[in-house]
Design a protein. Structure first.
Length: 278
């Protein structure tokens, strides 16, 4: 049995419009298969009803439409088409600029947008960034898959999940230090494995990777125990204060030192990490 192609998929769409049209009275005169205006009208009406249905189900229609657009591009055999969730990397001048700035060049596709000028942009989540970044299709190419990494909670093979687990693990290590406890051996092992995998996949210096995650860890750490946090961590931590302590361990001296001018970000020095080459 041969796989369906563009013509078969188009016929599936036409059959769906046939069924949709049959739901209404006095539409026999509409012929969406030969009349462009009739096709536009029926497609528009069907999409509106699907929007209502998605809203009633609590689904985000734009996300669904974005995934559909990405799959459509793939079915068109577009060399610059990427599925939602696929790993990509910057290429050309965009990649060169990111490297010069010490920023990651690899990420995961989270959405797609086609402008009225028929220009495709992909939304990509890069390491440490709080928001998806729009990138032109022409500035992207496929990236190697994220290496399957064993952790105590299972195998992680997605870069976004790896970042999430790495931030959570680092936060638990930091909290243990805040409370004067030894970090869990499992957390220490997972942190090492995940950091190695994230660093290798992004092709960046380990210190650069850690710096990119400082903001997220600081947010997690400050929100971890709003009512029962110890006096040692009574003052909210900032990414700069974490960085000054060779985050994530040890942290105790740095947190206690927030009230001691001798242990501040400006009184410490840390070599600037080298910026990796292209």
């Amino acid at each position: 049995m041969t796989e369906a192609g563009a013509e078969e998929f188009a016929e599936f769409g036409a059959a769906a419009l046939d069924a949709f049209q049959s739901l209404f009275e006095q539409t026999d005169q509409l012929d969406h298969r030969t009349n462009d205006e009739h096709a536009r009208e029926l497609i528009s009406d069907l999409l509106i009803d699907l929007m209502h249905y998605a809203e009633r189900r609590g689904l985000e229609f734009n996300d669904i439409a974005g995934k559909a657009q990405a799959h459509y591009e793939l079915e068109q055999d577009n060399s610059n088409a990427f599925a939602i969730g696929s790993t990509v990397q910057l290429e050309g001048p965009a990649a060169h600029e990111a490297v010069l700035l010490g920023q990651p060049t690899r990420g995961s596709v989270t959405g797609v947008y086609v402008s009225q000028q028929n220009q495709t942009e992909y939304y990509v989540r890069f390491l440490g960034q709080p928001k998806n970044q729009p990138v032109l299709a022409a500035d992207l190419e496929p990236a190697p898959p994220f290496p399957a990494t064993s952790t105590t909670k299972g195998v992680v093979s997605d870069p976004l999940k790896a970042e999430q687990f790495l931030v959570e693990t680092a936060t638990r290590i930091a909290l243990a230090d805040v409370h004067g406890r030894q970090p869990s051996p499992d957390d220490l092992r997972d942190h090492r494995s995940l950091l190695d995998a994230v660093t290798a996949w992004n092709g960046m210096h380990e210190r650069n990777v850690t710096d990119l995650l400082l903001g997220k860890v600081a947010e997690h750490l400050n929100a971890a125990e709003p009512d029962g946090i110890t006096e040692k961590a009574a003052v909210p931590l900032t990414p700069a204060q974490l960085a000054a302590q060779a985050f994530p361990v040890p942290l105790a001296d740095g947190i206690a030192g927030q009230r001691d001018p001798a242990v501040t970000r400006t009184s410490r020095s840390r070599p600037t990490p080298p910026i990796p080459g292209p």
